[in-house]
Design a protein around this ligand. Sequence first.
Ligand SMILES: [Zn+2]
Length: 426
Amino acid sequence: MPDGLPAQPQGLRLRNRRAVLSAIRRLRRAARVDVARDTGISAATVTSITAELVAEGLVEEVLDEAPEPGERGGARGRPRVLLRVRPDAFLVCGAKISEDHITVTLMDFEGGEQLNHVARMPRGSDSAAPVAGHLRAAVAEALTLLGRDFGALDCLGVGLPGFLEASRRLVHWSPCFRARDVDFGALLDEAFPCPVFLDNDANLAALAEQWFGYGKGVPEFLVVTIEHGVGMGIVLDHKLYRGGRGIGAEFGHTKVELDGALCRCGQRGCLEAYVADYALLREATTALDLGARPVDRQAELDALFAAAKAGDAMALSIFNRAGRMFSLALANLVNIFDPALIIFSGEQMRYDFLYGTRVLDQMRDNALCLDRPPPEVRVHKWGDRLWAMGAAALAIDGLTDRVLGSRANDQSESRPGRTGPSAPAY
Ligand SMILES: [Zn+2]
C-alpha cells in the first residue's frame, strides 16, 4: 500500500487475525470470550476469525480440562470449548550462534520445545560463509536427532552477536567472523530451504523472556545480557524496540568513562570494556599473572571469581570496579526508560558481583527516585538455550506474519497448516 493512504479493511483484518492468534498463544488455552477481552476485539469478530483460523489448521478446539462448576449445586457443568494454537501446524527452529558453538532448539508452532542440541564450531573464521555452513550442519544434526529432515522444517530464526540490522539481515560486525558489512541473509537463504529470520542475540533474549520467562505479560521491560559482550533488549508496549535504524539498544557501548578502556568496537570507555569477560580477563592477566593470553577463558574467569570469593584483594578490585561501572550504566537506563522491570539474563550471571546488593544500591543511588520504588530487578541464569528459544520465537513470529498475510490476501482459498507432506502455505 502506498504511503499516506489510510489503512484498508484488509490491513485491519490482518491485524485482528494476528492479534487473535497471538492472544491464543499467550493465553495457551482460551475461550473466545477471553480472547475478545484480551484483544479488545468484538466477540462477533473474534468468533469469525477463530473459525477461519480453525479451518486453516492454525488453531484447534480442546475441551477444558477443569470446567467451571455448574450453576446448580456445584455439579460440574459441560466442559467449555477452549482454543489453542495447533502445535503440529508447523515445525520451527531457533539457533544461537556463539563464537565457538551453536545452540539449536526445535519447537512446535505453539512454542513447545521439541529438542535442544549444541554443536561445536571452530573459532576465527575470516568470512561468514563457513559460519552459515556450520549452522546448516548443526540444524541438520538436530533434525536428525528428532527423526526429521529439512523437508519438515518450516522456518528458522537465527541469533548472532554483534551489530546487525534485522530487517535487512545485514551484519555490520560480529565476533563470529572477521568480514564486515556481510549480507548474511543471502548466505542463509542459500543454506536453508525455508524462510530464515535474523536478529541480534540480545533482542532474542528479550523475546525469550517475553514468551517464556519473567517478561510474560509485562508491557514494558528491559533485558540486560552479559556474556562475551554486554547486550540489551527493549520491550515497549509488548513489542521489541530495535531503534529507528534497526541497530539500537547497544547498551554495552554506552560510555561510562571519557577516554577510558579500549573496547572491541574500537572506541574507548564503553561499558563492555569494563564488565564483559574479555575485559575482566584483560585485568586478570596482569593481576593474577596469567600469562600473555589465557588459553581457556572460562577456566580463567572461574579462577578469577574464586580468587575474589576467597578474599584476594586484586581480584576483588577487578570485580568491584566492574560492578561500579555496571551500576552507573544501569542508573542511566533507569533514568531514560523508567522501567518497571529489569531482567539480567545470561551465563555470566553466575558471577554475582554484577547484581549483588552493593551494585543495586549504587544503581538506586544514581537514579532519580522521586516518590516511587526503584524498578524490580530479576536475575535469570539461563544459558544459550534461552537465546535459541528466543530465536525460535522470532521464527514463529515471522512465519505467523507470512502465513496470515498470504491467507488474508487470498480469502477464497483456505489452506491447512502443515498436516503431512504438503508444502506450508506461505
Ligand atoms: Zn564499544
